[in-house]
Design a protein around this ligand. Sequence first.
Ligand SMILES: [Cu+2]
Length: 123
Amino acid sequence: MKIKRYFMSVVVASLLISCGGGSENRKAVSSEDGVVRVTTYDSQKFDADMYEAEAGLVKIEYILDGFQSHTLVIEGMEEDFKLEVGDEKTDLGEIELNAGRYILYCDIAGHRTSGMEAKLLVN
Ligand SMILES: [Cu+2]
């Protein structure tokens, strides 16, 4: 009985968190100086749900505001591009991208399903 109650309250709590986090986090971040900045936290989130960049050579700076190790890869291009933070608080990389929609995520086991996924809109 206790176990069931505990489980149900966990489900309710996580629903509340995902609703609150979703609306708060739903912003597009444009690169101003040509660098797309993605910040991540120990809570296994990126600082936005969508980032924007100009087509061509896209520079991405990955910033860790915390201590947990994270990666940043582009879906379908995992072999070509990977940023890693942890002991190092920032990582910077660049990749040629055509206009289109891409998915960024962290490839550490379990992190993507925890919410470490965002869109990258290349114009
Ligand atoms: Cu991660």
